[in-house]
Design a protein around this ligand. Sequence first.
Ligand SMILES: C[S@@+](CC[C@H](N)C(=O)[O-])C[C@H]1O[C@@H](n2cnc3c(N)ncnc32)[C@H](O)[C@@H]1O
Length: 271
Amino acid sequence: MRLDIVSIFPEYFAPLDVSLIGKARERGTLDVRVHQLRDWAHDVHRTVDDTPYGGGPGMVMKPEVWGEAIDTVCGTAVGAVAGTAAGGGSPRMIVPTPSGRPFSQELAQELAEEPWLLFACGRYEGIDSRVMEEYSSRLRVDEVSIGDYVLAGGEVAVLVMVEAIGRLLPGVLGNAQSAVDDSFAPGSMRNLVEGPVYTKPPVWRGHEVPAVLLSGHHGNVARWRRDEAIRRTVRNRPELAAELDPETLDKRDRKLLEELSFRVGQKDVAN
Ligand SMILES: C[S@@+](CC[C@H](N)C(=O)[O-])C[C@H]1O[C@@H](n2cnc3c(N)ncnc32)[C@H](O)[C@@H]1O
């Protein structure tokens, strides 16, 4: 997968050299290219922002600079990535913004299936809206929010997304099963968060590991893990638990939810 990231702070992306993502880059699973937006500014100060039309505080990122940056990155398609799925194609463009559609495990999975992503990191009050309008006719453009809070810039949001997407690529996780058992994973973990996890020693400062995990009985362990996932979701994320698909619940799930006095499908989820 190819990832292009355009930002006025390329140094923000140093963490992409380490850990799972760093190894995926070394192996060539991920081809990450970080670009300095100011390289496409032409004045002596390499200006990328200007005052907002309509007045108000803050600055807005200029469309001309973004246009040149995106055109250049898209223009590197043929040849630069020849022989890959992205050869000759165009990237899907992701614009982080608090006003975008929510980022989720489901969207991470969808994006992990793309051959090429282009991230446009906003700063100040964001990017002139005409940039998204312009490229929407040529590329698939998604404005994406990583949560209901406001960051100073899109760089951290892109790091979050790249890590979530990158770990889903084949061969990136040491054990592919980890992603299947994760919170929010499609399938039996949809709308559930993972329960507690433990390692050795069996007793630490008087706290014991639940006996079932030492039993070696795979069926009981799986059942316990599912029970704990349900309990924790009801406790910490009742709005998610309320959306559990009744079709995916077995008899034991339903009994546990009843014990927890939790009704799936309830909109009023105070518990
Ligand atoms: C200070 S914010 C701009 C906020 C904007 N005035 C608003 O209220 O929607 C600057 C940049 O940070 C990034 N950003 C801030 N919060 C974000 C979030 N929750 N998700 C994704 N990107 C975010 C975006 O790139 C945004 O253009």
